[in-house]
Design a protein. Structure first.
Ligand code: PHE
Length: 455
């Protein structure tokens, strides 16, 4: 049951910064640009934006309504709304997914720390060719001790914030980190867009070439919209559960969705002009930020500073997301098992670190994990597929069905509007939650299973 001591955001702004901090992460700055680059640029971006509006916003509001009404973690929330049913397992899947995503996300976040260090010491800026850059990347991620230590450092930072609690830990950290991130991104975008030849990068992002549209592109855009908005595992249920009663939740939720999307576009406005200014192919895949960018920084005026700024903000963005991943699991143990928050943060964080070790070692250090059970993909990729693709999609689908058909739109709307602030266009919201979202998310799930598409 909810206890009075669960904590609460100090106000709407505190919630917006924390929730946007969850949404804005490696998904925006690392995954969005390379996914857009692999899927033809403008056309992908347009479909992605449509999905944010048609699916992202309605699902954000659905999760928030559950959180606000129940003031509980995902498991407790479903237990309260549908007692004695199996819906609690959907919450359980969410908590497990938070743990699962954290266990590989923290590994990639650890790489950003190492690039930040490399940028500070000049090693990253000193790379001049893509081959050299690739060698640096592979030496880093293919090691055994360093990737594990970096993951541990990142986990320790996450634990430190989460153990501080909702307003003294998470809100206090995100209030500093998010504005810093925003200012740095804007400065870097201006710098990148004014590079010689940068205009072609802007055109690539905004001029849709519809001949590039395919089922793959559409599905990639839908998956990206869910992942980027932290949907499908109850992160927004949990953050919504700390929302103060008096404040305008529908508006805050919509602001978070737009904030997240704006940051993805800003990241694109940094990366694509930079790529085009030196004539690099934007479809380089997941290595784009780690392999391609360092060799570009080396060619830019003040590239060394640019590199430090970029990896610093990537680290910040990742941290505010890992905080939310750990918080979902911690909230479960605090609410349902009456654990002390400090104890829960420490032990869950450490347990997650143990589960992260195989992912950290899977990029070369351990042969069997590098080619996981002969599947041709690494253990980290497998984790990404299980938690980041299947699990989030199942979660989002279940959530829409729950809100649209079990709990019901009228109850969800009442919770959303509890402070008296109305949700404009709630009929449209109802149609999207009941019909459009389940069909679209169900389609992505079937599609992922049939094609075994990973990101
Ligand atoms: N949205 C985060 C990002 O873009 C990732 C995330 C997914 C965080 C799910 C929490 C829950 O990096």
């Amino acid at each position: 049951m909810a206890s009075a001591g669960r904590g609460q955001w100090s106000g709407k702004a505190g919630f917006i910064l924390a929730a946007a901090g969850s949404a804005i992460g490696l998904g925006n700055i690392w995954r969005f640009p390379y996914t857009a680059g692999e899927n033809g640029g403008g056309a992908f971006v347009l479909v992605y934006l449509a999905f944010v509006l048609l699916i992202g916003v309605p699902v954000v509001l659905s999760e928030l309504s559950i959180g606000r009404f129940t003031k509980l973690n995902p498991v407790g929330a479903f237990k309260k709304l549908a007692p004695g049913t199996n819906w609690k397992w959907l919450g359980g899947l969410g908590v497990l997914t938070g743990f699962g995503i954290l266990a590989f996300y923290s590994v990639i976040a650890g790489w950003t720390l190492s690039y930040l260090w490399g940028a500070i010491t000049g090693q990253v800026g000193g790379v001049t060719t893509a081959e050299q850059s690739n060698a640096v990347f592979e030496a880093l991620i293919g090691g055994s001790l360093v990737p594990v230590i970096l993951t541990a450092i990142f986990m320790a930072m996450t634990i430190l914030v989460v153990r501080g609690g909702v307003s003294n830990g998470i809100e206090r950290a995100t209030k500093i980190l998010m504005p810093t991130l925003l200012v740095m991104l804007v400065v870097m975008a201006i710098r990148a867009m004014t590079l010689d030849g940068g205009g072609a990068g802007i055109a690539y992002l905004f001029q849709p070439d519809f001949s590039k549209l395919s089922v793959d592109v559409i599905m990639a855009a839908l998956g990206q919209a869910l992942f980027s908005l932290s949907l499908g595992m109850g992160a927004m249920i949990t953050y919504g559960s700390y929302f103060p009663d008096r404040e305008n939740l529908p508006q805050a939720g919509i602001v978070v969705a737009f904030f997240d999307t704006g940051i993805a576009i800003l990241a694109g406005l940094i990366i694509f002009p930079a790529l085009f200014s030196v004539g690099v192919d934007p479809s380089a895949g997941p290595g784009l930020v780690f392999v391609v960018l360092p060799s570009i920084f080396a060619q830019l005026p003040a590239g060394g500073l640019f590199a430090i700024a970029f990896y610093f903000l990537l680290t910040i963005a990742a941290l505010t997301s890992t905080i939310s991943l750990l918080e979902v699991v911690v909230a479960y143990f605090v609410d349902e098992k009456q654990w002390d928050r400090k104890k829960a943060s420490l032990w869950i964080g450490l347990a997650c670190l143990v589960f992260a070790v195989p992912s950290a070692l899977s990029q070369g250090a351990v042969g069997g994990l590098t080619d996981f059970l002969g599947t041709g993909v690494t253990y980290l990729d497998i984790q990404n597929i299980i938690w980041g693709n299947y699990s989030l999609s199942i979660g989002a689908l279940g959530l829409c069905i729950f809100v649209g058909w079990k709990w019901g739109i009228p109850s969800a709307l009442e919770a959303l509007e509890a402070s008296g602030h109305k949700l404009q266009g709630h009929t449209l919201w109802s149609i999207l939650v009941r019909f459009v979202c389940p069909v679209a998310v169900g389609a992505i799930l079937v599609y992922i299973m049939i094609t075994q598409q990973y990101f």
